[in-house]
Design a protein around this ligand. Structure first.
Ligand SMILES: Cc1ncc(COP(=O)(O)O)c(C=O)c1O
Length: 405
């Protein structure tokens, strides 16, 4: 076996993995139709409205409101739920920063709960321990597309009187027990940013089963207007957060491909897990048996440096990337993020021990957890075999790297 690519050898994977996004003549046709219609905005066209209905139905929700991105979808959901300055919102420490910044955007304080070591999803027991009389909402994040234990979150929220806002930015099509995610809680937020499992480059949607919450979200995203009102009738403070017809045209096409891509990702994730299970030192994350469909936005796995001659996670990532495998070291837990800590100190006077550690998330981030992006799950058996081969190669040569680093 050749030297590590990082040390001048040739990489295991020379040909690229499948490209993302996937698109075809359908998208081209739809975009041209919008262009030629001259109806480019949601106010004039019908595609955003149609996509809201179709995507809501796909996720088994009653109502959908399309917005400019997933961060704004969370913010609109928080505002619709009435979350106000001074309120506290419980969020997992291990997530994309937007889960917390959306809370800050509405003046609320994000409070971090640790995650479950097996699934990396928010730990309901730790979340419960973070509830105070100021807690107004909880944002379970279906991280990587693996649904959170919504039974436990539902029980906790009901007992404590909290709004549940699902951050489903990574979980299009995911099913918890028999139900698609997004409107299991009071509200849900999805992203259609470029990397997501369906995309229009940017975009987001808020879902709910509650008509009043849907009307509030609609009004907030449409400059405070009301559904049957006049153009210059603004009944609350809102903003122009509308999606364009171009985005909806692309998303309607992307939705058509979802069932097929979900099946493909599930099958390939299972195949990749079988390959990884044969390799010492790497292990797929656990899957809650109640998860019927995993959306596989990210394929998270665990790394054990002892099995790699003590090679650090960071060096493992560099070595694997050099072999042509797109792998990410994952998030820095938000309780450690400097910008967030600064904001919490300045706005809420919370600092130091006032932001408790989240040991599971921290350890995962420092040493153990990494992920592959979803597009490798759209590849062939040979693509998946190359992932395993590259890991195996790094392992065999790990001591070479440890020696020079
Ligand atoms: C968990 C999570 N929440 C929120 C967002 C924000 O979505 P967007 O980038 O569309 O604003 C993302 C994705 O970027 C995400 O992964």
């Amino acid at each position: 076996m050749s030297r590590l690519a990082l040390l001048g050898g040739s990489p295991v994977k020379e040909k690229p993995f499948p490209r993302w996004p996937v698109f075809g003549p359908e998208e081209e046709r739809a975009l041209l139709e919008v262009l030629r219609s001259g109806k480019w905005g949601a106010v004039d066209g019908h595609r955003v409205k149609e996509f809201e209905k179709r995507f809501a139905a796909f996720q088994e929700a009653e109502y959908g409101v399309c917005v400019v991105n997933g961060t704004v979808a969370l913010e609109v959901a928080l505002r619709a739920a009435g979350v106000e300055p001074g309120d506290e919102v419980i969020v997992p420490a291990y997530t994309f920063i937007a889960t917390a910044t959306s809370c800050l955007a509405v003046g609320a304080r994000p409070v971090f709960a640790d995650v479950d070591p097996e699934t990396m999803q928010i730990d309901p027991n730790d979340a419960l321990s973070k509830v105070t009389e100021k807690t107004r909402a909880i944002i379970p994040v279906h991280l990587g597309g693996h649904p959170v234990d919504m039974d436990a979150i539902g029980r906790l929220a009901q007992k404590q009187g909290l709004f549940v806002i699902e951050d489903a930015a990574q979980a299009h099509g995911a099913v918890w027990r028999e139900r698609r995610v997004g409107a299991i809680g009071h509200l849900g937020a999805f992203s259609f940013q470029s990397s997501k499992n369906m995309t229009a480059g940017e975009g987001g949607i808020v879902l709910t089963n509650d008509e009043q919450l849907a009307d509030a979200a609609w009004s907030i995203h449409n400059v405070g207007r009301v559904r049957q009102g006049q153009w210059y009738q603004h009944e609350r403070i809102g903003w122009n957060l509308r999606m364009t017809e171009f985005q909806a045209a692309v998303l309607l096409c992307q939705l058509e491909r979802m069932e097929e891509l979900i099946r493909l990702r599930e099958a390939n994730a299972a195949a990749l897990s079988r390959l990884l299970e044969q390799l010492p030192g790497v292990r797929p994350l656990g899957r809650d048996p109640r998860v019927k469909t995993h959306a596989w936005h990210l394929y998270l796995f665990r790394y054990d440096r002892e099995a790699f001659a003590g090679l650090s996670k960071q060096d493992f990532v560099r070595a694997l990337q050099a072999e042509g495998i797109p792998v990410s070291p994952g998030y820095v837990p938000l309780n450690r993020n400097r910008a967030i800590r600064q904001e919490l100190a300045q706005r809420f006077g919370v600092e130091g021990d006032g932001i408790p550690p989240c040991p599971v998330a921290e350890r995962a981030s420092d040493e153990e957890v990494l992920w592959f992006p979803q597009r490798i799950l759209l590849g062939s058996p040979r693509d998946l075999a190359a992932v395993a081969e590259a890991i195996d190669k790094v392992q065999r040569h790990a001591s070479d790297l440890v020696r020079v680093s």
